[in-house]
Design a protein around this ligand. Structure first.
Ligand code: NAP
Length: 326
């Protein structure tokens, strides 16, 4: 495992573990995953040196936090635990009370990183950051982070907190490279962090899916990315991933992760549906892509033009009807 070294209380692994899947109906992995596999995934992650664990109060309405906290057990205090507040009513007293509830579910005295899950479209960040400041003052929160924030709003949040807002958790993968425009240069030049979510494009970049093998769960069945036409369009990118993977005796998913964390201020938090996936994801931290490989992957990613916008609606409707009939 490789680690980042911003000045935080615990070193942060370049590959973390995302736990939206834990106890989540959307992912549909079922009760045995929530009760057994999730636990085994966390234990193996700790053994392999993963320190960054990401959850949120909204994942499974608290179930993800509970499962993660229980699985970590004694190790809760030695990892870098990140959770998120969903900012529906982001006034200071509510923020403080919600942090306490998250800490209780996780079984910790301190949240290493407390993130604002989404920018509230109506209320600016002054009030929420007042709550965050109070939480930092009493030691319940270590670092403050944001998620899905533009660069301007990230900076404004930092002004409002009057301290560093360590990280911005955003979607970043070979098929969504928008953070490269301004978030990554900002993070790289200022010692901040970008936490890449959906680094495998929710499994698309593993190459496991194609038009005749589409994911069945609710979340991905409703995602335009997994429509047959887009899976067809992704073939060239998957072929490039496979080619690079073969040169490293690795898998396409590992190469997709190695590509994401090649940028110095990025850590990735892939989810995993099995211990085997977690093990492979962790191993991706040690893959060094050559400059040529990195560029070839970027070029293939640029050629991938998924169908988007209203054009996806007929396909999504067909999927719904078929699911309804099935
Ligand atoms: N802040 C936010 O708004 C936000 C939004 C989304 C996610 N997140 C966080 O980011 C984390 C990761 O994002 P994500 O779960 O959306 O997507 P992801 O990490 O890109 O995809 C996870 C899925 O990819 C497949 N997979 C994982 N490792 C694999 C491997 N080695 N080989 C083949 N397939 C593999 C698994 O699905 P199958 O095996 O079923 O194919 C797994 O459930 C979440 O758990 C959550 O913590 C945050």
């Amino acid at each position: 495992m490789r680690y980042l070294s911003p000045e935080t209380s615990t070193r942060i692994s370049r590959i973390g573990l995302g736990t939206w899947q834990f106890g989540s109906r959307e992912w549909g992995y079922g009760p045995s995953y929530a009760e057994q596999e999730a636990h085994a995934i966390v234990r193996r992650a700790v053994e392999l040196g993963v320190t960054l664990f990401d959850t949120a109060e909204i994942y499974g309405f608290g179930r993800s936090e509970r499962i993660l906290g229980e699985a970590l057990g004694e190790d809760r205090e030695s990892v870098f635990l990140a959770t998120k507040i969903f900012p529906l009513l982001p006034v200071a007293p509510v923020v403080e009370q919600r942090a306490v509830a998250s800490a209780n579910r996780l079984g910790v005295r301190r949240l290493d990183l407390y993130q604002v899950h989404q920018p509230n479209p109506v209320i600016r960040d002054g009030m929420i950051m007042r709550g965050m400041r109070a939480l930092q003052r009493v030691g319940l929160v270590g670092e403050v982070g944001v998620s899905n924030y533009s660069l301007d709003r990230w900076r404004a949040a930092e002004d409002a907190l009057d301290r560093r807002v360590l990280s911005n958790q955003v979607r970043y993968s070979l098929i969504d490279r928008s953070p490269e425009q301004d978030l990554l240069p900002f993070a790289e030049s200022t010692g901040h962090l970008v936490i890449a979510y959906s680094p495998l494009a929710q499994g698309l970049l593993s190459g496991a899916y194609h038009r005749d093998r589409r994911p069945v769960n609710r979340l991905r069945a409703a995602s335009p990315l997994f429509l047959p036409e887009n899976l067809d369009r992704a073939r060239d990118l998957i072929a490039t991933l496979r080619e690079v993977a073969d040169a490293h005796s690795a898998t396409p998913a590992q190469i997709a992760l190695a590509w994401v964390i090649r940028r110095p201020a990025v850590v990735a938090i892939p989810g995993a549906s099995s211990v085997g996936q977690l093990e492979r994801n962790v191993a991706a931290a040690d893959i060094d892509l050559t400059g040529d490989e990195y560029r070839a992957l970027g070029d293939a990613a640029r050629r991938f033009r998924p169908v988007t916008g209203p054009a996806v609606l007929p396909g999504l409707l067909r999927t719904r009807v078929r699911r309804g009939l099935g």
